[in-house]
Unconditional design. Structure first.
Length: 208
């Protein structure tokens, strides 16, 4: 059975927008049932934008309603003649000239909606430079008064999969950094709680 192009993002959408059971979603997305449970509980896929399989042509509303009515039924991928995406070689993302004027809008949207993203990630997503990102952040961009926050996926500057992957990596990085900071804080607190024998209070000795 073929799987959706963005399994985890599709699972997020199905959890949020349907009454399908976890086994039904897990089988369709090629994920473990426990992972779907974690998605529903908000423990994984944090920050990942759900991918609508109906809009993507991978499912129909009728198919979802059919399977929702029968817990034993399983989703069937819609057939389409669209070519599968071709992997892009590594290197700077090329942005068509016609879309380059949209990059400040996309940067503004990413900075507002995904503050966890580092500047290099934003630069890679929309094909821009760190100096441009900084200018948009500080509102020193030459066209700041006309910049509007617009989704880079809608603008065609990146794919939903690229955005979800970047957000996922950013969240993992922050979680790791947060864990390290917590460990350092605990170590410092433990060190501060140790009493130096040389500085301990000693009983007063009377002078004769």
């Amino acid at each position: 059975m073929s799987m959706p192009l963005m399994p985890k993002a599709t699972a997020v959408w199905l959890v949020e927008n349907t009454t399908l059971t976890f086994p039904q979603i897990a089988e369709f997305c090629g994920l473990h049932e426990l992972e779907i449970q974690a998605v529903a509980d908000g423990e994984v896929a944090i920050g990942i934008v759900g991918a609508d399989p109906i809009a993507n042509g991978q499912l129909t509303r009728e198919e979802i309603e059919r399977v929702q009515a029968d817990p034993e039924a399983r989703l069937q991928m819609s057939k389409n003649d669209r070519p599968m995406p071709v992997s892009r070689p590594k290197g700077p993302r090329y942005t068509p000239v016609a879309k380059r004027q949209d990059r400040p809008d996309a940067i503004s949207w990413l900075v507002k909606n995904h503050p966890e993203l580092a500047d290099p990630q934003i630069a890679k997503l929309v094909g821009t430079t760190k100096s441009t990102i900084q200018a948009v952040r500080e509102r020193t961009h030459w066209n700041s008064q006309n910049i509007k926050q617009r989704d880079p996926v809608t603008l065609g500057l990146c794919t939903m999969a690229d955005l979800n992957n970047a957000v996922d990596k950013a969240n993992r990085r922050l979680a790791k950094a947060g864990g390290s900071s917590t460990a350092k804080a605990k170590a410092a607190a433990a060190k501060a709680s140790v009493v130096d024998p040389g500085s301990a209070d000693q009983p007063d000795v009377p002078v004769e």
